[in-house]
Design a protein around this ligand. Structure first.
Ligand SMILES: Nc1ncnc2c1ncn2[C@@H]1O[C@H](COP(=O)(O)OP(=O)(O)OP(=O)(O)O)[C@@H](O)[C@H]1O
Length: 621
């Protein structure tokens, strides 16, 4: 049986997953431009909010002009009425600024929450359509962190840094123009730090992009570890591994903390430069301006206005460090989001080149070969030259040593993976030439690991046939001998809890079996469906299953003689090939590997696969 997310014992594996090792290739702007399709529907509202913010921010630049008027006018002419009028104008400007910023927030809050929701819905829909091979490769925590933290970072970017990079840019440009107009000499002194600041920002962007990518990937790894530890809590406790796990988790947390500190150091560096250089320039302007006022070449009001304008620009300039950092994080989050979105979905239709040559009824494997997508090119394929015909209405048991490829073969029929070579036909139709949706209504599966969802018993079972009614549900539960359902607090409406963990392994397996038979499928694929049942329940399920199997063409992976006896014939899979086909008794008589597997000796042997193979080879010799 293939397990996708086995519990880890070695938690320190940041940067090992293919998805976390991706280098930063795209520029931040190019990455962020990919958000346009989601922002497009709310562009008018977003632009309106940005315009409101620009107006609000530029209002702050009017304050110094009013101050200049107050100092050079009413104050110089000792006119208290004028001073009060000026103060009233300043108050009105302050209220208007506050109201406009409030309006901006109101304008964007709802549409941007919608953008985040739409991106999350698209990601979820896409994840459902990605091939199983993708999910084999990607750690669940990496996907989880992209669907939660990364999308939140993107929403915050659209709401805050994007707007304020524009708003502050316009404010700084307008403010500098005002400064130059008021006194071009002093204005140039204040402008002098611009060139080194641009160079520093450029360097910062590069360093911060790499650090923020590392941090977000490490958070994904941490999420995976937490998820696996919660799911594997029984194993961790059972083996007394909680201290070792906690230690390993702490190490990984320390790695994340280290990366966050690197980010903080970079941010502190740029903030220091962004604050220091303008302050130095302002100090120089203050000294030069005061000398000019003293020798009468500049009015006191102009100097006050000049310095107030320069001070009004402090926040827009200082905030650039934060805004660039948040934009870099958003660019990284966007890249991580689109890495998943760019993965190719399962082709919903038919594969080109699928052979339409007629074949007879039942389920037929013809020259099937299969290699897992992430296996090395030169690795021996998991399945090779598999030729097998399960006649219409027949039940075929599939027997083989552990790791011989039984689960892999069953996963090929509903096209969870596409074949490397050969073809599989259902009643003569190539499955590659069949739309997946149609294929999956014809074929029903129950895997050895019975996965249930946090929903009611009925909802879990009816997943196998959404249109089925109460009668079919009852019949399926009857076949699976799932009468324990009646003793649950709310019968079939009882919620089974996350992954059905409130049920026993055998109970989960019976519900999974009920799910596979509820729709009366034409083709039934069962991967060792009775492994967790006691002998009496197994016998009862087998008796009921025999009636269902009579109407279906079935492939049943079996490890025990009792399950094999459900079948009309047995196929022996050995090292990825069909080694023998016959009835149970024929194979017992003629095939040593089969005899060995059915004898139960395999369970006791240290190297069961090797022993089985050797037994087979000895028999052939
Ligand atoms: N997702 C995967 N990616 C790469 N290799 C895999 C994957 N799943 C299984 N394999 C490999 O394919 C081989 C066959 O595995 P499979 O699960 O089909 O065996 P099996 O016969 O069902 O074993 P068991 O009886 O123990 O369930 C094994 O060597 C396994 O390591």
């Amino acid at each position: 049986m293939t397990t996708t997310h086995a519990a880890t014992t070695d938690l320190d594996r940041s940067d090992e997953t293919p998805q976390s090792a991706a280098p930063v290739r795209q520029s931040a702007v190019r990455s962020l431009l990919r958000l346009w399709p989601y922002v497009r529907p709310v562009r008018a509202r977003w632009a309106g909010a940005a315009a409101v913010a620009v107006v609000a921010s530029c209002l702050a630049l009017v304050f110094p002009l009013v101050l200049k008027w107050i100092v050079d006018g009413p104050v110089t002419h000792r006119d208290p009425g004028g001073v009060w009028a000026g103060a009233g104008v300043l108050l009105a400007l302050g209220v208007a600024e506050a109201l406009l910023f409030g309006l901006r927030r109101w304008l964007v809050a709802r549409p941007l929450a919608g953008v985040e929701a739409a991106m999350r819905a698209d990601l979820y829909r896409h994840l459902q359509r990605l091939p199983v091979g993708f999910h084999d490769r990607w750690a669940s925590g990496q996907l989880l962190s992209r669907a939660t933290t990364d999308l939140m970072v993107v929403r915050m970017f659209l709401a805050f840094p994007l707007t304020f990079l524009i708003v502050n840019g316009v404010t700084i440009a307008a403010g500098l123009a005002l400064l130059v107009v008021q006194d071009w000499g002093l204005g140039l002194v204040l402008l002098a730090p611009a060139v080194p600041l641009i160079a520093v920002c450029y360097r910062f962007e590069h360093g911060y992009a790499a650090a923020s990518r590392r941090a977000q990937d490490q958070v994904g790894d941490l999420t995976t570890v937490v998820e696996e530890s919660v799911l594997g809590i029984r194993i961790i406790k059972g083996f007394g591994r909680h201290r070792a796990q906690a230690r390993a988790f702490r190490d990984l947390s320390r790695t994340v903390r280290g990366t966050e500190l690197t980010k903080a150091r970079l941010l502190a560096g740029i903030l220091a430069v962004i604050t220091l250089l303008p302050e130095v320039a302002l100090g120089a302007a203050l000294v030069i301006g005061t000398v000019q006022v003293a020798d009468g070449s500049l009015s006191a009001g102009t100097l006050v206005a000049f310095l107030s304008t320069a001070l009004a620009l402090r926040w827009p300039i200082e905030s650039i460090g934060f805004l660039l950092a948040m934009s870099q994080e958003a660019a990284t989050a966007t890249r991580r989001y689109f890495e998943v979105m760019d993965a190719e979905e399962e082709d919903p239709s038919v594969l080109s080149g699928a052979s339409g040559a007629p074949a007879d009824g039942g389920l037929r494997f013809e020259g099937v070969a299969f290699r897992y997508p992430d296996a090395a090119e030169d690795a021996v394929p998991t399945l090779r030259h598999v030729d097998l015909h399960i006649r219409s209405g027949e039940t075929m048991a599939l027997v083989g040593a552990t790791g011989s490829g039984k689960t892999t073969l069953t996963a090929l029929v509903p096209r969870l993976y596409d074949l490397t070579a050969g073809r599989i036909t259902l009643d003569g139709r190539d499955i590659a030439a069949m739309p997946r949706e149609e294929l999956r209504t014809l074929v029903s599966v129950a895997f050895e690991e019975p996965t249930l969802f946090s929903a009611s018993v009925a909802e879990n079972v009816l997943m196998g046939a959404p249109d089925a009614g109460a009668e079919q549900l009852e019949r399926a539960l009857g076949v699976a001998q799932a009468d324990f359902v009646r003793r649950l607090p709310d019968g079939v409406d009882t919620e089974v809890g996350e992954q059905g963990l409130s049920l026993s392994g055998g109970q989960r397996q019976r519900l999974a079996l009920a799910r596979s038979v509820v729709g009366g499928p034409r083709f039934l694929i069962l991967d060792d469906p009775l492994s967790a049942l006691d002998v009496h329940t197994e016998a009862a399920v087998e008796a009921a299953l025999r009636r269902v199997l009579a109407d279906s063409t079935a492939l049943v992976v079996a490890h025990r003689p009792s399950t094999v006896l459900l079948a009309d014939r047995v196929a022996l899979l050995s090292e990825g090939r069909i080694a023998a086909v016959g009835t149970h008794h024929e194979l017992l008589r003629t095939n040593a590997e089969y005899r060995y597997l059915m004898s139960g000796a395999a369970e006791e042997a240290e190297e069961p696969v090797e022993s089985a193979r050797q037994a087979g080879k000895a028999a052939q010799a």
